[in-house]
Design a protein around this ligand. Structure first.
Ligand code: SAH
Length: 264
């Protein structure tokens, strides 16, 4: 659980600082979650390793304290603004369907809590993530550097190297350990940063995202929940050339809807 420090300034505004507290109990719960995901058919070892490392109990925003016990159940939960953090099985399935190779550029639509983006980062990708809710965008773009810092230390401690937290910053990490967060409408994509090797949409989309398909590189793949909130199919589209695509379908999932425009 996060250790919470509260301080107040002269105007009596309170600030809450949270350190990353990730106990053996949390790690044990994550190992159990990984077993559950394997039993549900997830086979990509890199995806499972990422899920085993990321402290999901810290991704629930201001209500984190109350979510600790069920953070490692396979459920989707409220993160504020009417949005949810996706179920671990959904995150794992979308991640493995992307067939990530190290160094790839990935566009995510729907940053939300940042959990999915961090799973992708641990697969050694350059993640560009768009969120339409300003509040979520601001919160997550501040939180992810802390998480990244924590994971860098964790991975280095696993390699039995001494960690030097004071010398590390968000910027001076290897290029492929990178997440950039954007506030905007995911339907527009990020033409300035295109093309992308992979695109993942984490909200139910009822139409084919033409602008996003045009921002996909040839040979690239887009994984998206196609349909409405309660009834969508996980679809993977591969781009073989300009205007040439193939499509595969991987079963039913539930998502919040992808909506047009931004919310300030
Ligand atoms: N990937 C997230 C899941 C968040 S749920 C996670 O790991 O936590 C889906 C997110 O998509 C929500 O935060 C929602 O606000 C966002 N979203 C919906 N429509 C969008 C759009 N047009 N552009 C960008 N984000 C969108």
């Amino acid at each position: 659980m996060g250790k919470i420090t509260v301080a107040a300034n002269s105007e009596n505004h309170c600030f809450v600082f949270m350190e990353v507290i990730d106990t053996y109990r949390h790690k044990g719960l994550r190992r159990e979650l990984v077993s559950v995901l394997k039993a549900k058919g997830i086979t990509d070892e890199n995806v499972l390793a990422a899920i085993e490392r990321i402290p999901r109990h810290l991704f629930f925003g201001k209500d984190t304290v109350f979510h600790e016990t069920y953070a490692y159940e396979d459920g989707a939960y409220d993160i504020g603004e009417g949005q949810t953090i996706s179920r671990p099985h959904t995150v794992a399935r979308q991640s493995e369907l992307l067939e990530i190779k190290p160094g790839e550029k990935v566009l995510e639509i729907g940053t939300g809590s940042g959990y999915q983006a961090l799973v992708l980062m641990l697969l050694k990708t350059k993640v560009y993530s768009i969120e339409r809710h300003k509040i979520l965008h601001e919160r997550t773009s501040k939180f992810l550097p802390e998480m990244k810092e924590y994971l860098v230390q964790l991975i280095e401690s696993e390699k039995a190297k001494p960690a030097e937290p004071a010398k590390r910053t968000w910027k001076n990490e290897p290029e492929y350990w990178n997440i950039k967060c954007f506030y905007g409408d995911g339907f527009e994509g990020l033409p300035m940063h295109a093309p992308f090797d992979k695109i993942i949409i984490t909200a139910a989309i009822p139409e084919l995202p033409r602008k996003l398909l045009s921002q996909l590189s040839v040979g690239g793949k887009i994984v998206l929940p196609f349909g409405t909130e309660k009834d969508c199919d996980m679809v993977r589209i591969t781009k073989h050339g300009e205007g040439q695509y193939s499509e595969e379908v991987f079963g039913k999932f539930a998502f919040v809807p992808m909506l047009k425009g931004k919310v300030s």
